[in-house]
Design a protein around this ligand. Structure first.
Ligand SMILES: Cc1cc2nc3c(=O)[nH]c(=O)nc-3n(C[C@H](O)[C@H](O)[C@H](O)COP(=O)(O)O)c2cc1C
Length: 371
C-alpha cells in the first residue's frame, strides 16, 4: 500500500530522529484531533478500514469484526479512540488507567531499539486517572468493542509502600468508575516498570484476596487478567488454581517480561542507558511460550486468551491464534510499520486461513495443539 511506503520510507525516518515519548505524545494529539473531525476520520476509514467477513469472531459474548486490536499502552487515557477505530482495529484497549492520575516514572522512559524491532518502555503507567477518563468515555461513541485496562496508581519513585488494602481499593475504585463505559475490562496485574508491579500475583494470598474482592463487586462485563510470563509451570498452575475460585474471570492476556531478554543486537552500552522492559520482536518468544502453556493448562470452556507481543505480520498473528489466542493485539508494529499494518495483516490472514482450509479465524484457535 502506498501509505505504508510513505510511512516507512519518508515519515518514520524523520520521526525516529526525535525523542520517542515526544513523538508518541504528538501522535496521540494528532490522532485525537483527526478522530474528532468527520472528514479526516472518513479519509482514514477510506484508506485503512475494510470488511473481513471470514475473520469476524465472537469472544466472551462480544462480536469482533476481526481478531486484531490495539494493545493497551498506546492510548493510555483514551484520547483518540475514534481514530483507532478509523484505522480498522477490531477492538481498542485503552489504559492502563488507575484510580488517581499518575505522572509515571521520571523521563526519559521510552526508547526505540530499531535493530531489534523493539521498544524499551519504562513509562510507569502515566495516565489521567479514572475520573477524567470516565468523563472522556461518556462522550465517545464506538462501533467496535472497547477494552479498559486497569492498574494500581503509581505514585512515583520514593512514594511509601502501599498496603494491600489500598492497592485492592485502587483497582475497585477504577473498576466501579469505568465499567459502565467498557465492553470488557482488563486487570493489569503485571506492570514490569513499577516498584510492586510484578510482586502482586506472585503472592498467592494477596492474589486470592484481590480476586475475592473483585468477585464481590460482581462485574457486569467480561474481565481479563493481564499477567507477566510465569517463572515456571508451578507458578502458572498456582495462579490458575486461585482464579478458578472466583466467577468473574473470562480470560487472560500476557504482558511483557520484565528486564531485557538475551540476544538483543542493540549494543549493551546503549541498553544500559535504557531502563525498562522490551516490547516487539524481542518479547515474542517468551509471550508465545506463556500462551502455549496457558492454553494447555487452563479450562478452555471458561477462559479465552488475548495476546500481544511482536505481531508485525499476519504470520505473527496467525501463530498466536494457532497457539490459542482468540484475539490478538499490537502496539510496537504501529511504530515500526505505520497505520496500514492492521489492514495488511487482516488481508494476509484471510489468505492464510483459506490456504489452510479454515472457514473462520475462530476455527484456527489452538490449532497447533491438535497436531
Ligand atoms: C510504550 C508501551 C506502553 C505500554 N503500556 C502498557 C500499559 O499501560 N498497560 C498494559 O497492560 N500494557 C502496556 N504495554 C504492553 C502492551 O499492551 C503489549 O502487551 C506489549 O507491548 C506487546 O505488544 P507489542 O509487541 O505489539 O508492542 C505497553 C507497551 C509499550 C511498548
Amino acid at each position: 500500500m502506498l501509505v505504508d511506503a510513505i510511512y516507512r520510507g519518508l515519515l518514520q525516518p524523520v520521526l525516529f530522529r526525535f525523542d520517542a515519548e515526544r513523538v508518541h505524545d504528538r501522535a496521540i494529539r494528532f490522532a485525537g484531533s483527526a478522530g474528532a473531525l468527520g472528514p479526516s476520520r472518513r479519509l482514514a476509514e477510506a484508506l485503512f478500514c475494510r470488511e473481513f467477513p471470514a475473520l469476524a469472531t465472537n469472544v466472551f459474548g462480544l462480536r469482533f469484526p476481526h481478531p486484531l486490536g490495539l494493545a493497551a499502552g498506546f492510548d493510555k487515557s483514551g484520547r483518540a479512540i475514534p481514530f483507532w477505530e478509523a484505522l480498522g482495529f477490531s477492538h481498542i484497549e485503552i489504559g492502563s488507567i488507575s484510580a488517581e492520575r499518575s505522572l509515571g516514572n521520571p523521563k526519559p522512559r521510552l526508547f526505540r531499539i530499531p535493530s531489534d524491532q523493539g521498544i524499551v518502555v519504562n513509562y510507569g503507567l502515566p495516565n489521567d486517572g479514572a475520573d477524567a477518563v470516565a468523563q472522556r468515555l461518556a462522550n465517545t461513541a464506538l462501533r467496535v468493542p472497547l477494552g479498559v485496562n486497569l492498574v494500581n496508581t503509581n505514585r512515583g519513585p520514593g512514594a511509601p509502600p502501599e498496603t494491600e488494602e489500598a492497592i485492592i481499593g485502587d483497582y475497585l475504585t477504577s473498576l466501579r468508575r469505568l465499567e459502565p463505559y467498557a465492553n470488557y475490562l482488563v486487570l493489569n496485574l503485571s506492570c514490569p516498570n513499577t516498584p510492586d508491579g510484578c510482586a502482586f500475583v506472585s503472592n498467592a494470598g494477596r492474589l486470592r484476596r484481590m480476586l475475592a474482592a473483585v468477585d464481590d463487586l460482581r462485574p457486569m462485563r467480561p474481565v481479563l487478567l493481564k499477567v507477566a510470563p510465569f517463572p515456571d509451570l508451578a507458578a502458572m498452575d498456582a495462579f490458575l488454581d486461585a482464579v478458578a475460585q472466583v466467577r468473574f474471570v473470562s480470560g487472560f492476556a500476557v504482558n511483557l517480561p520484565p528486564g531485557k531478554p538475551p540476544g538483543l543486537t542493540t549494543p549493551a552500552g546503549r541498553l544500559r542507558s535504557m531502563p525498562g522492559a522490551v516490547s516487539g520482536k524481542p518479547a515474542e518468544a517468551a509471550i508465545n511460550q506463556t500462551l502455549r502453556d496457558l492454553y494447555t493448562r487452563m479450562d478452555r470452556k471458561r477462559y479465552k486468551l488475548v495476546a500481544a507481543g511482536g505481531i508485525f505480520t499476519a504470520q505473527d498473528a496467525y501463530r498466536k491464534i494457532r497457539l490459542g489466542a482468540s484475539l490478538v493485539q499490537l502496539l510496537t508494529a504501529m511504530v515500526f510499520r505505520g497505520p496500514g499494518v492492521v489492514r495488511q495483516i487482516c488481508e494476509d490472514l484471510c489468505g492464510m486461513l483459506a490456504r489452510d482450509g479454515y472457514r473462520s479465524a475462530a476455527e484456527a484457535v489452538g490449532a497447533d495443539h491438535e497436531i
